[in-house]
Design a protein around this ligand. Sequence first.
Ligand SMILES: [Zn+2]
Length: 422
Amino acid sequence: MATPAVMPSFSDSDRAELAQEADALIQRLRRHGRGEDGSVTRLVYTAAWQGAMAEIEDWFRAAGLPVRSDAVGSRFGRLSGDSPEVVLSGSHIDSVVRGGAYDGVLGVVIAGCAVHWLAATFGRPKRTIEVLANCEEESSRFSCNFWGGRAMTGRILEGESDRLTDPEGVSIGSAMRACGLDPERIPEAERADLVAFVEPHIEQGPVLATAGDVIGVVDQGVGVRGLSISLQGAAGHAGTIPMARRRDALTGAAEVVLGAERIAKEQGAPAVATVGHLTVEPGGFNQVPGSADFTIDFRHPNEAALDRFEASLLRMLEKVASGRELEARTRPLIGQPGIRFDDHVCACLETACQEAGVAWRRMPSHAGHDAQLLGSICPAAMLFVPSQGGHSHRPDEYTEVAHIGYGIEVLARTLFRLAYQD
Ligand SMILES: [Zn+2]
């Protein structure tokens, strides 16, 4: 069949039908890892994760897309084209602990629906299209910092599969083996055939909903860094040690927490800093805290600004520690550079929004996403749909069905340009 120069109309009923298909699949997938409060906990390589992946595989096959798994268990539904070059679209299947039913999974579902429609309407594309169901993105079981994306971009280091363990002490390598995956084969997951990646995702913030826009064309991704900090003081009796003699690790940590907040505010938006984890030893109500271990997550889209941010945080930490006679140790936790997404892929998304007649805006992403990794090996960009109330990583995540329909239409039009046209 001859490929038309402009995609013919994507009708209102196409959009409504595909949105219903997507919603039905979201409802089926949320059963895998469902908690009593309606939350979803679907951590990589667990039974819930395996159940969701099996459901996705069945759906890909029913849509006429043959499925394969890569070495780390990410699934790819394939629509073969004349060229083996691959236009990839999708997102991740795993969730955070007690998260919702939309983060990640909705991107897989939107991509699957768009490709299903393109295959049924136009048949074989010029370039091959694959729908990605990425195995892991959230770092919620192992601190693995984009396991699926790092496998595809060849960034998993030798020995990591033994070193990374979950809170029960299970290594990520043995969790893989329990799912029938061989950690020795991880290098085989690296991709050299990608020519574009488009990641649909929920916004996870309030910008679209507040502005009344339905689609976000995401042209940059924020840089994320994490520091693990340990403050060592001296534990002791809460009654007998005078205030002047104390080396209280927790009061020091409190000063650092407030200092991080002050530095982020002084840098100004979009800089953010968060202390989300803190433990105190020995932890008795009648004991002066001898050690405090905590994390600082800080973000900015600009690498130079992120460097200045980090330098200010470390100077502040040093000052607090020396003023309180505490010993400070720091260790990098994660590091993901910011990225400017590809101009051409963003332009395709914008044209698709105009053709669909939907309210849209350009915007940055303030969360880390796989597109930041894949964008380092091929042209990439993201498409956001609204998150009700700006909520994510909690049980009440929700995106309106009509908005999902527009997400599918905009992605279908974008993939048409990237895979069916020159
Ligand atoms: Zn996500």
